[in-house]
Design a protein around this ligand. Structure first.
Ligand SMILES: C[S@@+](CC[C@H](N)C(=O)[O-])C[C@H]1O[C@@H](n2cnc3c(N)ncnc32)[C@H](O)[C@@H]1O
Length: 384
């Protein structure tokens, strides 16, 4: 077991280099724990298609460029890129143009994303003509490339992308606000590993971080988007005006996960300071938090900006099986935060922590299934 006070923390400076969803294809990998995201994204396909209908079609001699920001390593991104390209192709077919353009798809995420697993899941490029590829379901009809880097900064050349898509990613902050980690500050998140139920100063610091990050995102995309381009963004959101009530994200990170950290402290496996130095860099914004930034940036027209009920993050085969629900919660939590936890307390203590999450969640399985619901902010934006 790692000693108390294990030293390999993820500092704010290195978050961008180390953070990722759990890679590979193991039980707690993102690949095996992203069915809920797939279901939630599919329930919003009509909204995505409405956004795609607003994109201006250029001459087919110019390649059509799509980018998924925060693509991760599962098959969700491949499915969505396919939906986007098929829809745009249909739109070209309905015009006087004789053939659709060639398509280019950029899969973008932080550098430690498991791009290898993602690329292995990609179907082969059709090889024949673009029309043949588009007609085939076992081949992809686009040229694919990976783009490592933070979406809070520039990733593409100016005016080069027609459609930006980003799902379930923008609630991840670029860092935990420094003052939240500063013991002398009123924003120090003592006793907590998330802002759900935290004090007002902590929540205000998180809100400022989210809004500053989103401003950087919009500034970068406004430069990279082609005239006539659009983007479709989905991230965790909340319905409460109060940022210390993080809704579904609050239940995921603020209850059994929090209790499991407290267990490790009480059992003397880590110090309370070690726990207090760990904070989940997630902020589920309200509609107002999000809108304020889009309006202040001013580069985009808002086609749609709303908060929708997304459903549960737990996909289970047997809703009466408490053990399965406990496992699903622990895996779901681990697939998205496991890399950060491993880096903070080491693999063995991380194993202990998620074992406790699973155990605690199984004992409250019925309540979890009833209460754990995500809300999502959905934004459809076009260049002003
Ligand atoms: C929950 S996954 C979403 C994956 C995928 N879009 C889907 O629908 O299943 C969130 C992704 O956002 C990525 N992410 C978080 N912060 C990021 C940043 N600053 N820049 C780029 N990607 C980021 C994470 O690495 C992770 O792969």
């Amino acid at each position: 077991m790692a000693p108390v006070g294990h030293k390999s923390d993820v500092s704010n400076e290195s978050l961008e280099k180390t953070f990722s969803m759990k890679g590979g294809k193991g039980e707690s990998s993102y690949v095996n724990n992203s069915q809920a995201q797939a279901q939630h994204a599919r329930s919003m396909l009509h909204l995505l298609r409405e956004t795609l209908d607003l994109v201006q079609l250029n001459s087919p001699e110019i390649p059509f460029v799509v980018a998924d920001l925060g693509c991760s390593c599962g098959s969700n991104t491949i499915y969505m890129i396919d939906v986007i390209i098929k829809h745009i192709t249909k739109r070209y077919e309905a015009t006087d143009y004789e053939q659709p353009p060639e398509f280019s798809a950029f899969f973008s995420d932080l550098p430690s994303n498991d791009f290898n697993t993602l690329f292995q899941l990609l179907p082969p490029y059709g090889g024949g003509s673009m029309e043949e590829c588009l007609a085939s379901n076992s081949h992809r009809s686009y040229f694919a490339a990976g783009v490592p880097g933070s979406f809070y900064r520039r990733l593409f050349p100016a005016k080069s992308v027609d459609v930006f898509y980003s799902a379930f990613s923008l609630h991840w902050l670029s860092q935990v606000p420094d003052i939240v980690l500063d013991k002398r500050s009123t924003a120090y998140n003592k006793g907590k590993i998330f802002i759900h139920g935290a004090n007002e100063s902590t929540a205000t610091a998180y809100k400022k971080q989210f809004q500053g990050d989103l401003a950087g995102f919009l500034r970068s995309r406004s430069k990279e988007m082609k005239r006539g381009g659009s983007m479709f963004l989905v991230c965790l959101g909340r319905t409460s005006l109060d940022p210390t009530d993080q809704g579904g994200a609050g239940l995921l990170f603020g209850t059994h996960f929090q209790d499991a950290w407290d267990d490790l402290v009480q059992e003397g496996l880590i110090t309370s300071e070690k726990r207090d130095n760990f904070n989940i860099p997630v902020y589920a914004p309200s509609l107002h938090d999000f809108k304020e930034v889009v309006e202040a940036d001013g580069s985009f027209i808002i086609n749609k900006l709303d908060v929708f009920r997304g459903g549960s993050p737990l996909v289970v085969n047997q809703p009466d099986d408490a053990a399965e629900i406990g496992r699903a919660l622990a895996n779901s939590c681990r697939s998205v935060s496991g890399v950060l936890v491993d880096a903070h307390i080491g693999d063995q203590l991380s194993e202990e922590l998620f074992y406790r999450v699973e155990h605690r969640a199984s004992s409250q399985a019925k309540e979890l299934l009833e209460q754990l619901q995500f809300f999502h902010i959905v934004a459809s934006l076009s260049l002003a």
